[in-house]
Design a protein around this ligand. Structure first.
Ligand SMILES: Cc1cc2nc3c(=O)[nH]c(=O)nc-3n(C[C@H](O)[C@H](O)[C@H](O)COP(=O)(O)OP(=O)(O)OC[C@H]3O[C@@H](n4cnc5c(N)ncnc54)[C@H](O)[C@@H]3O)c2cc1C
Length: 385
């Protein structure tokens, strides 16, 4: 019998595998794809704080980012520039592979091309069944299988009830190296779109949208081609969603859910790697305690949720509130917000404030709302600015 079975070899699953295997626990990881890190769905923007905190990014960083250009629907431009590096662009495939290799060197066993179909929680173990109808037993299981898995629901843990779809394409560029983010409810309804240069003369162009992400991305690619940013509007589009709200319950006896599968994603940006790793760290610690004391009760595992919520719970709530506010804005209202943010010093004050952080948005959202006055006033001003 294994100590821990992990479902999914994304960053959260492999990080937990690395932590537990390095402590000597018999750890096995199941990954439905034949190759770790493929297909790649992520843009790979990781905040400086995450890179500093988790020493797992060696050899995967493509470039540093110290400024972002934000564009309003009418292409009003606002630059977020700081002296220090704010974020890094990471090669996500390389990151997933390097983490899996670390875990394997520590002794974790990987079954690739092996999809977990079912998990049964028995009195003294968990039993996993794969698509080849083989079963494997362990003392505990980690569900780290990403967006929109049915496994948490089958285990009685419910499902994420607000999801948004992402679409992204790798394109050749004309050499433009600025990272750009476009806010436009017609281009990316409910979210935003991006142009993120990665390798020289290459970029990831993508968006999150509540409707027709592929259609919207084709429109964006056409626009970027017309502006001379990219060499061709033709590109292969990949799709993947993200949850905007966490599961209400992320544990039960012998089971922990982590990362996108648990909804541990920033609702403001759709970034999930850092929050997922923070929660994976809590999960690994909880499992270490469970295994070393042979305690696998639901009550014991509830400490996992308590601790991760202390770390990121407020951020998820305030971020979701901001996301819903943005959902209701028209393009005119977004232009208006850009205008007053740029014209009355809010932009400068936010940039100089330690509250503006790549990974923690709650305080900046509160500060922004305070500067902007009552929210109703902002809505009333839409289109009249
Ligand atoms: C378009 C897009 C851009 C993004 N950009 C960023 C970004 O710039 N920065 C950032 O921080 N985040 C970004 N994200 C979010 C980020 O990709 C996720 O938050 C992150 O990958 C979550 O990691 P995870 O380990 O929880 O899940 P995943 O990375 O999704 O890994 C889950 C793994 O489980 C496997 N799996 C699923 N079901 C099973 C099963 N039944 N059996 C076996 N294996 C299974 C999957 O194949 C996958 O390999 C982006 C997301 C999208 C869609």
């Amino acid at each position: 019998m294994y100590d821990v079975i992990i479902v999914g070899a994304g960053p959260t699953g492999s990080y937990i595998a690395h932590c537990l295997a390095s402590l000597g626990y018999k750890t096995v990881v199941f990954e439905e794809h034949e190759r770790v890190g493929e297909p790649m769905h992520c843009t790979g923007i990781i905040g400086a704080e995450c890179i500093k905190r988790f020493p797992i990014f060696d050899g995967t960083v493509l470039r540093e980012v110290s400024s972002f250009k934000l564009f309003s629907p009418s292409m009003m431009e606002m630059e977020l520039r700081r002296e220090s590096v704010q974020a890094y662009i990471v090669d996500r495939t390389a990151l997933d592979r390097s983490l899996a290799e670390k875990a394997q060197r520590d002794g974790a066993l990987y079954h690739l091309g092996s999809r977990v179909n079912d998990i049964e929680v028995l009195e003294d173990r968990v039993r996993v069944e794969t698509d080849s109808k083989k079963t494997y037993d362990a003392k505990a299981a980690v569900i780290a299988c990403g967006f929109h898995s049915m496994i948490p629901q089958r285990l009685g843990l419910g499902k994420a009830d607000d999801l948004i779809m992402g679409a992204q394409a790798e394109v050749s560029t004309n050499g433009h190296r600025e990272l750009e983010v476009y806010f436009n409810q017609q281009m990316a309804p409910g979210f935003f779109s991006w142009f993120v240069p990665t390798f020289p003369e290459q970029a990831l162009v993508g968006l999150f949208s509540r409707q027709k992400p592929g259609w919207h991305l084709r429109m964006l690619l056409d626009k970027l081609y017309q502006r001379g940013r990219i060499a061709s509007p033709e590109a292969k589009i990949t799709y993947r969603g993200i949850p905007l709200k966490p599961l209400t319950k992320t544990y039960r006896e012998r089971v922990i859910v982590v990362g996108d599968a648990a909804g541990q994603v920033k609702p403001t940006t759709g970034g999930g790697v850092y929050y997922g790793l923070l929660c994976a760290e809590v999960a690994a610690h909880t499992l270490h305690q469970a295994l070393s004391t042979n305690t696998f009760s639901e009550e014991f595992f509830s400490s996992y949720q308590k601790v991760w919520q202390e770390r990121i719970g407020w951020e998820l709530q305030i971020g979701y509130f901001a996301r819903r506010l943005y959902d209701g804005l028209s393009n005119d209202q977004i232009d208006y917000l850009f205008n007053i943010t740029a014209s009355n010093g809010i932009h400068e004050s936010l940039l100089q404030s330690p509250d503006l952080s790549f990974d923690w948005h709650g305080k900046a959202i509160m500060k922004g709302l305070h500067h902007l006055g009552p929210v109703r006033e902002i809505f009333n001003q839409g289109g009249k600015s």
